[in-house]
Design a protein around this ligand. Structure first.
Ligand code: NAI
Length: 217
């Protein structure tokens, strides 16, 4: 299987290729050269060729890449050719925002349940999903195949809830709570921390200002 040999750096770039190719498909573009794709994506053409050659030469000399084929193959590599059942724990601002976002569904991530401890939220429907109480979570997880649990609860609660989910069989956690979960090694955790991405912006802004100051001296 070629998948084993693909470097992490390439895997990290694949979602962006997938997004661009999806847009091209929507615009009925049938094929594209690495040069054109490079101009669109602001990545060098040689990087694109190198990256995409990992999957066994999807491109053809003088023809370019078949957009639909490449989109489908990258989708398969990313595991997007199947459906994932997702539950959201914590139906506050962020949990509700995730539940309201329709694009995840289009990518095969289906929101199957939303859970919270606040009885005032019970039964409120978010795009057809009624918010359920945490007491029902264990049964739900044991009786439905839950592939991914998103954690959008306060950070003090996240480690225990994550440990419970894992003990009931959940293997992948999409963690938004600003805390490390320290789960067993076979559990996949993807941390999403918007504040960290803001800090990178603030670092870059600061560096730019310092550079401008030096240049003006
Ligand atoms: P929120 O206060 O609006 O929502 C939290 C919800 O969790 C509430 O509805 C509350 O009743 C529920 N909850 C509390 N304890 C629970 C438990 N043990 N089990 C189930 N539900 C429980 O807060 P918000 O703004 O939605 O943020 C949620 C979490 O996401 C926080 O930890 C926050 O720090 C984090 N966050 C992370 C971001 C990121 O980039 N990763 C961005 C924004 C928020």
């Amino acid at each position: 299987m070629y998948e084993k040999e693909i470097s992490l750096a390439v895997i990290k770039r694949l979602p962006r290729y997938y997004r661009y190719l999806g847009e091209l498909l929507e615009n009925d573009v049938v094929r594209i050269s690495s040069k054109e794709l490079s101009e669109k994506m602001q990545v060098t053409a040689s990087q694109i060729r190198q990256d995409l050659n990992n999957f066994g030469g999807f491109g053809q000399q003088g023809y370019g890449y078949n957009v639909e084929y490449l989109f489908t193959e990258i989708g398969k590599i990313l595991g997007l050719d199947r459906k994932y059942n997702v539950i959201i724990i914590g139906a506050g601002n962020l949990g509700q925002a995730l539940a309201n976002y329709t694009d995840f569904e289009r990518r095969g991530f289906l929101i199957k349940g939303i859970f919270d401890v606040n009885p005032r939220l019970e039964g409120i429907s978010i795009r057809g999903n009624e918010i359920r109480m945490m007491e029902t979570l264990e049964d739900f997880v044991k009786n439905n195949s839950v592939h991914i649990a998103a954690l959008t609860i306060p950070k003090a609660k996240a480690p225990q809830v994550a440990a419970d989910l894992v003990s009931w069989g959940v293997k992948a956690i999409w963690n938004f709570a600003p805390t490390d979960l320290n789960l067993p090694k076979d559990i996949m955790v993807e941390n999403v921390h918007l504040a960290e991405s803001l800090m990178r912006l603030s670092y870059n802004l600061k560096a730019r200002e310092e550079q401008e100051r030096e240049e003006n001296q």
